[in-house]
Design a protein around this ligand. Structure first.
Ligand code: GLU
Length: 482
């Protein structure tokens, strides 16, 4: 059996952390098992669905580096053997299935108005009964139906849920969860407008698209018994279900805007790497037996399986994500680093080819660079003309003897061979000894003259990366100011 998974977003907003995790798990599971990953746009909410949301969702998934085999190409077109992948283009199929259920006596027209339904709910609450639809339209005679029609009422269609017994969902993560049928309302499968509801269209499409595994957020577990009954009523075998753990914020409440950014594209803007996001999201509800934390390249695809998914809630921890981003940043080769950092460098006025190469300057900063957005501020000293702060100029450089030291060092650097960290340290320490100067009397002005700053990366490493010509030039320029 080829595994077929899908992510089925409703385009009513951005792709959030929870949706991104669902997409990732579906993608990982499909890729791990050499299956097929499908995107389906569930745009049946005529009021809240927008093309902008489709764009944002597709952009977010693409940015995360998750490719899909079937589904939308853009906001209106799609490709794949089960097209269309936009639900609003599949209305005929839903209508046909609604007809099938009505003909089999498993669904019925419901003429209740919103006011009637509200009153029914209130009465149930007052009498401490479960607030489920009481099934009154199921018993309508043909005459009563004709009266409603004549009065201009547009019916919705409800699916009859058995009045007794229980429905058991055998979930791959939750295990067996049983639902009392008496608490399941007769589900609306077709709205009075004629469009399908989510719960119905989802079942019809998962069957039509031969989805083998439905992997989705825990909020859909309560929809599953009715969906399972629909499969049975339509004579279909249901897919396997796996409901992922809830994601909580650090304070233990469900992750929301209150906890900071929840939209995936905000993470892109803030300077996170797709590979770090994938790594972090993968661990929100899944783990290996040895609790491994870091996964690079194809390691997640190789390792991930549903067996490692937990049902306990996962806590979203931005500090851990940021740490992880630093780990991924330091794994990037030069070209990849340039590609990811480019928008951030441009915004900081560091466009064009960089000399010295960016991986060297970022490498010098070590763990201090965690986000792409940290990079320009950390490395600009290598690329921009030195600007001295008053603290650097007055506090460090304008001291007796500094000019002479800088000029001596400029001369010394011309002769250091090979021009590298080790030889530089040896020569400059030798200079301190020969002149009977404390290292601080030389190292501080040297660092300040080279970078304009009083702190930064390791001094001799910085000199090596800066190169001989730039280093000598900067020392002479600083001396000229004194
Ligand atoms: N359209 C639903 C949502 O966005 C999909 C639920 C499902 O995966 O079945 O929540």
């Amino acid at each position: 059996m080829t595994i077929r998974t899908r992510f089925a977003p409703s385009p009513t907003g951005f792709l959030h952390i929870g949706g991104a995790r669902t997409t990732l798990y579906n993608w990982l599971f499909a890729r791990h098992h050499k299956g097929t990953f499908i995107l389906r746009i569930e745009d049946t909410d005529e009021v809240r669905s927008t093309e902008d949301s489709v764009t944002a969702i597709l952009d977010s998934i693409s940015w995360l580096g998750l490719d899909w085999d079937e589904g939308p190409v853009d906001e209106t077109t799609d490709r794949g053997p089960y097209a269309p992948y936009y639900q609003m283009k599949r209305l005929d199929l839903y209508r046909k299935c609604v007809r099938q259920l009505i003909d089999a006596g498993l669904a019925y027209a419901c003429y209740c108005t919103k006011e009637e339904l509200d009153a029914m709910r209130k009465a149930a609450v007052a009498e401490k009964r479960p607030a489920v639809y009481d099934g009154r339209c199921k018993k309508l005679t043909d005459r009563q139906k004709a009266e409603h029609e004549a009065a201009g009422r547009k019916p919705s269609v409800r699916f009859s849920i058995p009045e007794t017994g229980e429905t058991v969902v055998d979930d791959m993560i939750r295990g067996r969860v049983s639902f009392d049928n008496r608490l399941l309302p007769d589900l609306i499968i077709q709205k009075a407008t004629g469009g399908p509801t989510y719960n119905f269209a989802c079942v019809v499409d998962d069957h039509a698209m031969e989805i083998t595994h439905v992997i989705r957020g825990d909020e859909h577990l309560s929809n599953t018994p009715a969906q399972q009954l629909l499969y049975a009523a339509l004579g279909w075998t249901p897919p396997k279900f796996a409901h992922l753990s809830m994601i909580l914020g650090p304070d233990g409440s469900k992750l929301s805007k209150r906890h900071g950014a929840t939209s995936v594209l905000e993470y892109k803007t803030a300077g996170f790497l797709p590979s770090a996001m994938r790594n972090y999201l993968a661990l929100l509800g899944w783990s290996t037996t040895d609790s491994r934390q870091l996964f690079f390249g194809s390691e997640l695809v190789e390792t991930f399986d549903l067996g490692g998914c937990q049902k306990n809630p996962a806590v979203f921890d931005q500090t851990k994500l940021t740490w992880m981003n630093g780990e991924h940043l330091r794994k990037l080769g030069h070209e990849e680093l340039m590609r990811h950092a480019e928008p951030f460098l441009k915004a900081a006025g560091l466009a064009g080819p960089l000399d010295p190469p960016l991986d060297l300057t970022v490498g010098l900063e070590g763990e201090k660079c965690k986000l792409l957005a940290d990079i320009p501020g950390r490395v600009e000293i290598f690329y921009k003309d030195v600007v001295f702060t008053p603290k650097a100029l007055d506090g460090v450089l304008k001291k007796p003897g500094v000019k002479e030291v800088l000029l001596d060092l400029a001369g010394l650097l011309e002769g250091v061979e090979p021009y590298g960290e080790k030889a530089l340290e040896e020569k400059i320490r030798g200079y301190c000894e020969a002149k009977a100067l404390k290292t601080g009397q030389v190292f501080h002005p040297l660092r300040t003259a080279l970078s304009g700053r009083t702190e930064g990366p390791t001094l001799f490493g910085m000199m090596e990366v800066l190169g001989r010509a730039k280093s000598v030039g900067r020392l002479k320029a600083a001396a000229a100011l004194l």
